[in-house]
Write a protein that binds this ligand. Structure first.
Ligand SMILES: *Cc1c(COP(=O)(O)O)cnc(C)c1O
Length: 234
């Protein structure tokens, strides 16, 4: 049952991504699918990755990721992305579990990560999470503070490789508002690239309800949960 659903869901998602990309003249192959798997069973995750269409797993909590990775099939390779708020006291585990951290939202977090990565002799691709929704409850740096954080990472955190920006759209049905928040993140990325003289290839934006709008605004990574797996189990 699960297997058929997951497979069909991913096929449909691929089709919708291709359509959204075509509508703005983009190459759909430049859009990665990160399966957002919080609260989803391991079997469904394995099936999703087994389709060959998934570019990464996105987990929100260190502990949940650890439990799942312990049982993950050794021969099924996939990159693990941290997409949830990372508590500073979990950083020492996170650097061992994840391949990419998408949710850097403070200088202090960047510094602690840098320290742990230096100890391990490892470099980690990271994204800065920006609060693009204007909603107070969301994590992420304010758009005005993204530049200072980017400069800090580029200048003082040699074990962090800044590859882009991540954002969560506002929780609303107003397409205009959602799209303008994605446009804000894209412009911010372009500004940083120009002002700081770096390339930031990744724009991680778009979830089940708004990934087509995000693609229209240049998303390179959509983080999809419910549209692949159905409702969360916990
Ligand atoms: C849960 C989650 C998603 C996916 O949400 P869906 O609406 O289920 O697609 C994406 N990004 C983050 C940060 C999440 O926490």
């Amino acid at each position: 049952m699960v297997s058929l659903d997951v497979y069909n869901n991913i096929e449909l998602v691929k089709y919708k991504i291709a359509e959204a990309a075509a509508s703005v003249g983009r190459d759909p192959d430049q859009i990665k699918i990160i399966a957002a798997t919080k609260g989803q069973p391991l079997e469904a995750m394995i099936q999703a990755v087994g389709t060959g269409y998934i570019d990464g797993i996105g987990e929100n909590r260190v502990q949940e990721a650890r439990e799942k990775k312990e049982k993950w099939p050794k021969n099924l390779s996939i990159t693990w992305h941290m997409i949830g708020h990372l508590q500073r006291n979990k950083v020492k585990f996170a650097v061992q579990l994840f391949d990419v951290i998408q949710s850097i939202d403070s200088v202090r977090l960047a510094d602690i990560l840098e320290h742990r990565l230096e100890l391990l002799g490892k470099t980690m691709p990271v994204l800065i999470e920006v609060n693009i929704s204007g909603e107070a409850s969301k994590y992420g740096v304010e758009p005005d503070h993204a530049r200072a954080l980017a400069e800090h990472i580029l200048g003082l955190c040699p074990h962090l490789k800044l590859i882009g920006l991540m954002g969560i759209g506002p929780l609303t049905d107003e397409k205009k508002r959602i799209r303008s928040s994605f446009a804000l993140l894209r412009r911010l990325k372009e500004e940083l690239e120009e002002d700081l003289g770096v390339e930031l290839p990744e724009l991680s934006m778009g979830m089940s309800d708004d990934f087509e709008l995000a693609i229209a605004e240049g998303s390179t990574m959509v983080r999809l949960g419910r549209v692949i797996f159905g409702p969360r189990r916990n």
